[in-house]
Design a protein around this ligand. Sequence first.
Ligand code: IMP
Length: 173
Amino acid sequence: MSNISVFISEEEISTRIKELGAEIRKDYGDEEIIVLCILKGAIIFCADLLRAIGGKTQLEFISASSYGNNTETSGQVDISYKLSQSLKGKHVLIVEDIVDTGLTLDRVLARLKKEEEPASMKLASLLTKPSRREIEVNIDYLGFEIEDKFVIGYGLDLAQNYRELPYIGLMNA
Ligand code: IMP
């Protein structure tokens, strides 16, 4: 893996997630949080964040993809989900790996709001690339802000590869 360099280390990720988890639990108090993981990219972050939040949580999944096999968004977001409960009246925390143009989150939030009517909906994202934003998305809990670079690892893929890396990496040219 000599062509990949560490951009955000395992230790940095772990420290930040513990901070985020504590902040989230403090904000919600004893409330149950429905943690809604956006597959596939957020799965590793979500697994760690869920444990950092602790207390009363439930885990649900939603699948959203816009990328095909490229590093640029296709402009179309495919969303599918089959929840094991209704989210109506629940406190939902959406967990995403990265907010890039904002298109995916915009579509996911709009659809959930319309179809599920949760009591509240907040967003936790491990990464954001603000310079790429086309649609404004409010991130309630953010791990790291990064510049416009294509990153891989810790759940993030390039054509479905590299999700297993324990750190956020950069491909060297
Ligand atoms: P958006 O709809 O443009 O905000 O894109 C969000 C999705 O694009 C994320 O959930 C990722 O799957 C993917 N994505 C955006 N930037 C990167 C990156 O740097 N590496 C890997 N995937 C990315």
